[in-house]
Design a protein around this ligand. Structure first.
Ligand SMILES: *Cc1c(COP(=O)(O)O)cnc(C)c1O
Length: 343
């Protein structure tokens, strides 16, 4: 049979968890807390292609952030924007840099699109080593840099000063993925800098804090020129009409989202304490998840008890990421952990 592109032959694609479960704490999904309020009598002409410019939703996003609509691009999940950035700016064999461990899709998008992906090693505690990153930028002259803050899976924030330092030292496109910023106790967003640095783009999503992962809706914010380049490359009509309407309704309920994420932060504190009390080494998280290290392999034992969390392999064997669930889910998870540890 005909072979795929070279980059695809050895590519390990994204693998969603397919095990049966009672409690799903593996994918940082949230509760369906908005849909009964935002799914109204939603009618739209199902025979027509959706608005390619996402006009109403872009206006709502622009209002939320006090930017111009020309500084907004809406995507089929923020994932679409992340890949669009690689497609738009990175030629074959040019370099994409990120630090590790971080979101696995950065490497996958770079690889699929023929780029060379360079991972930067973290500090001992898995936090970003800014000087190592700056040296790598110097050495490899990347075209694009992905920075995830709060970082998935570790939960660390990247200090705003560090992002500014990086922006000051590179002409590369700097993508700051703020998928989890709503869960942070400190607002270190760099959205206010999109007109200070012409190479900065910030991405956000409806998949986490708004509990709307099924809609596949996210967006990017950057200066007008950068956004217009992305729009040239974007697949037409990639965001369906239904998601555009529901997303706009969701933005009308901003205070609900804030109340919800505040409660989630409290549950994160309690979950972190319960894990620590079990003698588990946890990493301080600003996301809706907690990264931790176990002395033993937990994955199969937890699956056998119906509890699904995210496991890692290679260097990160015996490291796990658990989504902050409801109080009930967290209790089921902690009880299962307790039973496994005491077995
Ligand atoms: C979940 C997540 C996203 C969001 O992806 P969508 O395509 O918007 O659902 C983006 N970046 C990171 C790091 C994530 O964990």
């Amino acid at each position: 049979m005909i072979k795929p592109k070279k980059a695809i032959i050895s590519l390990k694609g994204y693998e969603p968890n397919l095990n049966p479960y009672l409690v799903k704490l593996d994918a940082n999904e949230e509760k369906d807390y908005l849909s009964d309020k935002i799914v109204k009598n939603t009618v739209f002409p199902m025979n027509l292609y959706p608005d390619n410019d996402n006009t109403s939703l872009s206006i709502a996003i622009a209002n939320k952030w006090q930017v111009s609509t020309s500084e907004v691009i809406v995507g089929n999940g923020s994932s679409e924007i992340l890949e669009l950035l690689v497609k738009t700016f990175v030629d074959k064999d040019e370099v994409v840099i990120s630090f590790e461990p971080s979101f696995s899709m950065y490497k996958i998008y770079a690889t699929i699109n023929g780029a060379t992906y360079i991972p930067v090693l973290p500090n001992e505690d898995f936090s970003l080593n800014v000087s190592t990153l700056l040296s790598a930028i110097n050495e490899y002259n990347p075209k694009l840099i992905f920075l995830c803050t709060p970082n998935n899976p570790t939960g660390y924030l990247i200090p705003k000063e560090a992002i500014i330092e990086i922006l000051d030292q590179t002409q590369a496109i700097v993508v700051v993925d703020e998928a989890y910023m709503e869960f942070s106790t400190q607002d270190t967003s760099v959205i206010d800098l999109i007109n200070t640095f012409d190479n900065l783009i910030v991405t956000r999503t409806f998949s986490k804090a708004y509990g709307l992962a099924s809609l596949r809706l996210g967006y990017g914010l950057a200066n007008e020129r950068l956004i217009s380049l992305l729009k040239k490359v974007k697949a037409p009509y990639s965001v369906n009409a239904y998601s555009q309407i529901i997303g706009q309704n969701a933005l009308d309920l901003e205070s609900e989202m804030v109340r919800y994420t505040e409660a989630s932060k409290n549950r994160r504190i309690n979950l972190a304490k319960s894990l620590s009390d079990l003698g588990i080494q946890i990493y301080p998280s600003e996301g809706n998840f907690i990264f931790f290290k176990s002395k033993q392999n937990l994955y199969e034992d937890l699956i056998n008890k119906g509890i699904m969390i995210r496991s890692f392999s290679g260097e990160l064997a015996n490291y796990y990421r658990v989504t902050v669930g409801s109080e009930e889910e967290n209790a089921l998870f902690i009880n299962a952990m307790e039973a496994i540890i005491n077995e």
